[in-house]
Design a protein around this ligand. Sequence first.
Ligand code: KG4
Ligand code: ZN
Length: 341
Amino acid sequence: MIVLGIETSCDETGVALYDSDTGLRAHKLFSQVELHAEYGGVVPEIASRDHVRKLLPLINQCLSSAGLERTDIEAVAYTAGPGLIGALLVGTATGRSIAMALGRPAIAVHHMEGHLLAPMLEADPPIVPFVALLVSGGHTMLVEVRKIGSYRILGETLDDAAGEAFDKTAKLLGLGYPGGPALAKLAEHGNAERFPFPRPMTDRPGLEFSFSGLKTHTRNLWLNSDKDPTTQADIAAGFQLAVVATLTIKCRRAMQQTRAQQLVVAGGVGANRSLRQGLLSEGKKRSWKVSFPREEFCTDNGAMIALAGCQRLLAGQCTDTRLQAYARWPLDQLPPLETVN
Ligand code: KG4
Ligand code: ZN
C-alpha cells in the first residue's frame, strides 16, 4: 500500500510517500525556522499560512522524486494532533481533500505516535515490547509499548518539555531561535563540570520530569557571570549534561520497572548527540538494545506520519470524513491496533 504522509503540526511542512512493501519512497521537508526567527518563537498564524503555501508543491515534488502519479496514492495519513490548531487544520483539510478526490481512505495520525514509530523507518527496527522515551519541543514522556497502538504513559514532564527547556535556555544565553541545536553545538566546546547543575526529581522515586528549574538555574548563573564566550559554552555544557543525566536516570528506572530489554528514543531532542551517546553507553552497560531514528527523522517529518498511518490502515482502521483536528490529544487514548474505528 502506498501512503501519502502529511505533517503540519507546528513549524515544519513534511511530506512523504511510504510503501508498506518496500519502505520509504520519498520525503520532503520545508522548515519555517527563518520565518519565525525574527519573532523569537513560532507565530501560529504565520505557520498556518506557510503550510498552505508549501504543502501542495511539496506533495508534487515527492511524487516526482518517487516516480509516482497522484493516482498511485492508495491512502492518506495526516497529523491531526496534538499541535497548533490552525497548522493542523491545513494538513487535515488537504489530506482529507486528496483522499476524497482520489476515492481513497485517510487516517488521522497522532503526532507523538509518529515520533514513537519513527525508528521503524530504519534498517534494524525495534520490536515490541519496548519502552519509548519521547523528547520533543512539546512533550517529554516515558511510554510502555507492549503492542503497537497501545501506549501506557509511565511518566511525563510536570512543566517544560526537554526541547522547550533547551530552547528557553538557549534564548537566555542569547542564542536565538530555535535554540536547541545551537545550544547543543555550543555545549560541544564547553566544560560541563565547571558549573554544577541539579538533576531534577531524581532524588525521589518516580518517572516524572521537571525541567523548568534548570532554566532558572541557568538564568542565575548567566546573570551573575562574566558573560565570556567560554563561560557561555561551559554553562551550555553543564545544562546539557544535566538534561542527559536526568533523562538517563529516568530511562534506567523505567526499564527496571517494566523489565523491558529495548529502549526507543524519538522526538527532536533525540537528535542530540550527547543524549544518543549517553543512552547508547547506558544500554551497553545494562544489555538493553537502544534504537533511534536517524537524526533527520527525530525532528518533525512526513515519513513518520506516513509510517504510523500505514500501520493503522493495514490493521483496517481509517478516519471518517469529518475535518477534525485536536490541539490536545492524549496518546494513551488511541484505539489499539486490533480495533476497527
Ligand atoms: O519533535 P520536534 O521536531 O517538534 C515537536 O514535536 O515539538 O522537536 C523540536 C524540539 C525543539 O525544542 C528543538 O530545539 C529540539 O527539539 N532539538 C534539539 C536538537 N535538535 C532539535 N534539542 C537538543 N539538541 C538537538 N540537537
Ligand atoms: Zn514533533
